[in-house]
Write a protein that binds this ligand. Structure first.
Ligand code: ADP
Length: 383
């Protein structure tokens, strides 16, 4: 049974890219009609012909479709009335003030959490290499290591000896590795001893700090988040702090891995985080003379994808270059882009962009002018 709550929860993840506030809070969701598995949503935009309409519409459809039990979504777009517009501006203004410090991640940045049921399936290796492949496609990418105590991104990206530093305003500058903005606990702690001290202090706060206090570039197209394995606090916190986040689940072809991965996807759904797809890693090994070995079984990725009703985005084969690249800080997507893993990862990045294209920067000027004018009017009226 699909409920209004499910729909509202999912819609709270659709952020108006210009205002940085979700469409429910902005009062843009006019009406929700649920008829079995058919959902009809009426959305009021400030201006119906706004080019951003497409993006809001596709985001709504993707999110609603990720709710179990939904078969079909119809979106009706209408223009806001004058009073609706005034209320929206008021909300946006209030939120702009309250939220100035909420996170430093731009509302136009696509946030993709990369999760797995258990450790060792290659989640971090894939996250780092996907970031590189997206950068090579011309997108600006950030990488947040939310695997707070299992961090491995600094090594994979060859910046193990770098340390994060804060500027005068106490904001932390990300380390840039191969063009990717990176933040990780591995770039803070000095040794195991300090790690222990930080442990109690920071664990619950680390993700929040990485989102609030790091000066992520405003024009990041994608922020990939390397999640700790399994379900837990970090997964909940991410959904709360960045409601626009969506998830990719990494698994191996093994059936046992698939089961635990399904739990992660289930938890994501319950916190209204859509699952974009599954990536299967370690999908067999092909020798130089063309013999193929299914070292970790087969079919786990496809089955998981079918089970949770999302596409299988990619199958990444075993590749010794990936291991070597991870140890030496020379990621395979950069240094062996045409090898088995490198080429599969590059294809995965392309599919990812097709599935979740970067936010439109082609916003409507007139709408922006209108918003600026209204905000100025409201400000003037108050003072
Ligand atoms: P996780 O983040 O899931 O714990 P890692 O990315 O740390 O996993 O990978 C675990 C190990 O498996 C690493 O040594 C990594 O180099 C190796 N690995 C991951 N994916 C592949 C692959 N496609 N081919 C070969 N080795 C891989």
């Amino acid at each position: 049974m699909v409920t209004h709550e499910d729909i509202q929860g999912a819609l709270r993840g659709v952020i108006d890219p210009e205002l940085g506030v979700d469409i429910v809070e902005l009062g843009m969701v006019d009406d929700i009609v649920i008829d079995g598995g058919n959902v009809t949503i009426k959305i009021a935009l400030t201006i119906a012909a706004c080019p951003m309409r497409d993006q809001i519409e596709t985001d709504v459809v993707r999110r609603i479709n990720s709710i179990q039990g939904v078969d079909d979504v119809t979106i009706n777009i209408a223009a806001m009335s004058k009073s609706q517009r005034a209320a929206l501006m008021e909300k946006a203004r209030l939120r702009a003030r309250e939220n100035a410090i909420a996170t430093m991640v731009s509302p136009t940045t696509r946030v993709i959490a990369i999760s797995s049921g258990k450790g060792g399936v290659g989640k971090s290796s894939l996250t780092a290499n996907l970031a590189i492949a997206l950068d090579d496609l011309g997108y600006k990418v950030g990488l947040l290591d939310a695997d707070i105590w299992g961090f491995s991104l600094p090594r994979i990206l060859g910046v193990l000896d770098n340390r994060l530093e804060a500027g005068e305003d106490r904001k932390i500058e990300p380390i840039v590795a191969y063009g990717i903005e990176l933040v990780s606990t591995g770039l803070i702690i000095e040794d195991e001893q300090t790690a222990l001290m930080w442990r109690g202090l920071m664990l619950s706060k680390a993700l929040e700090q990485f989102l609030r206090d790091v000066r992520w570039s405003k024009d990041l197209d994608y922020l990939l988040v390397d999640m700790p394995p399994g379900t837990g606090d970090i997964q909940m916190a991410l959904g709360r702090l960045l409601p626009q986040a969506e998830m990719i689940v990494v698994t191996t072809p093994q059936k046992a891995a698939q089961k635990v991965a399904a739990r992660v996807a289930d938890m994501a759904r319950r916190s209204f985080m859509p699952v974009l797809g599954v990536i299967e890693n370690m999908s067999g090994f092909t020798t130089e003379d063309g013999r193929h070995y299914k070292l970790f079984g087969e079919g786990g990725g496809q089955e998981l994808a079918a089970q949770i009703g999302v596409p299988l985005l990619a199958q990444i084969p075993l590749d010794p270059f990936l291991v070597e690249g991870g140890d030496t800080g020379r990621p395979v997507a950069k240094f062996h882009p045409d090898g088995p893993a490198g080429s599969a990862i590059r294809e995965a990045a392309q599919r990812l962009v097709a599935t979740i294209p970067p936010a439109e920067d082609d916003s409507c000027g007139t709408r922006m002018d209108l918003i600026a004018q209204r905000l100025a009017d409201l400000e003037a009226a108050r003072s």
